[in-house]
Ligand binder design. Sequence first.
Ligand code: ZN
Length: 588
Amino acid sequence: MMKLLKKAIFSTSLVLPCFSIYSPGKADTSADPIALMESYPKDYFISPVDNPLLVSGTFGELRSNHFHAGLDLKSKTGGVGQSVYAAASGYIDQVKVQGSGYGNVLYIKHPNGYSTVYAHLDKFSPSIASLVKEVQYKREKFEVTIDLPKDKYPVRKGEEIGKMGNSGGSTGPHLHFEVRAAGKAINPLLFGIPVRDNRPPEIRDMKLYVLNEHREVTGSYPLPVEKRKEGVYGLKGGLVERRVGAWRVGLGIKVYDKCDGTTNNNGVYALSVFANGALIYSWTAEGFHFDETRYLNAHCDYAAQKKFGAWFHRLFVLPGDKLSMYERTEKMGSIALSATQPTEVTVVAMDAAGNKSNVQFTLFRDTNMVVQEPVVYQYLFPFNQQNQLQLGDFNLKMPKGTLYEDLRLKYQSEPSNRSDVYSAFHRLHEYTTPVHQFFEIGILPNELPEALRKKAFVARLGGKRADNCGGLWKDGLLTTQVRSFGTYCIMVDNTPPTISPVIFDADMSKKSAISFRITDNVDVTDKADALNWKGMIDGKWVLFEYDKKRNRLTHWFDAQLQPGLHTLSLEVVDDRGNRSVFERSFKR
Ligand SMILES: [Zn+2]
């Protein structure tokens, strides 16, 4: 019976939908969002939490530097501690503990080839929790990744595997649930999990982008829309047509979906664009490989996000965007405009329950309008090749695949007027232009005392404080890898981290935990390391749990510690090797 079931499931799951190359004249249903929905087994997984299912985040949602890879399910009670169940039978394949990101997370492998992921847990089931603690003490590390042998920790469908929590980067109690297969995250809502959603997506705003012959953006206009009735939208002010001073355009859309019972602005499942009845663009949140999630920065209007916090989906594909969530149509979303012939445009947004909203209008080319403003720049960096700058006091090496479109790079160097800066300011382009992968920069120091060389770091300015991007000395230049444009210079960090007691005094006999707040004077990013810590009681390593979002270190007392007088020592070290030690005796 089991064997038969396995086989049946495999036969459905093997049809992992793929995106075929566009071939004119040939019907292609492989990227049809509805066909994709129907291709997944609907009764294999049960919901990992109790009803009612309150969805606070959907798969494929636009997030900072990534597409959301799972489904966020909120607590029924609003707090932590609600049961989390295995969505199907299988075995626990991996357990991880992290102070940020997924927090406490479990990975289960299922016999049909899929895996499921349960993140931000408050607690693991007792057997897993004791295994984790044992490994943490053995490795003397809080953050651990534990790979488990096949079938050592089997789970049955519906068995409790932990409690819902708020661990890691989570900002409110919820379960982050993922379904994976072959290195790909797949939309959990494609598996028949009973989420109630009777509302069509809400189209909030649109934009119009002027494109050149390479599908690169040379300008943009607002294209405000309004709701005409449920699921039907049009141009604002009752308008039906728009004239544009460009021969080629693309669209952008700000759109959200709400599930029943919650007010969360969730993402949509599919977006498509039709020009004069022909499909020219299709994006579907069916699944993606983890190594392509950063293409989010090409898919969204990165500048609108950085400047205004507005998430627009581009309804056209930038030349350097290799994301697999698009159907490879011939036009890839670009719309050629004619001055005499109208171009009828329809944009359709659909949620995972199949509710649809659309917006329709007509575009004309206005040959009297002038749009292009000349761009002032210093260097031209083609997107499809390696680029570099060798200026002596500032070097840059950018591998192929770093840019999404050709870059007219602006660069300026200015002498520093600040006593805490040990180089010129290197203004490297604009923070509103996305970068796909790390590139190397090297900066020549200026009047940096020999004694401070070890404490020097590459700083990116822009926020309230400078960010430490790391840095190693290479041929006299402080060199590191970064993933953003902005103003770079050399700064020095010789300030040790601070350790402030939250729960600690001489008499700890009535307390269940020791807790400290640890902070540093500089924020780290890119290649710089986060704070490292080591807690010891009477010279022996003890587990301090770390919650990065609260800067909190906590040690829970256990039966190992006998009543009496003890010595605690807590050491915290930052990226540049600055060290603080807190040492005190206490009574237990
Ligand atoms: Zn999530």
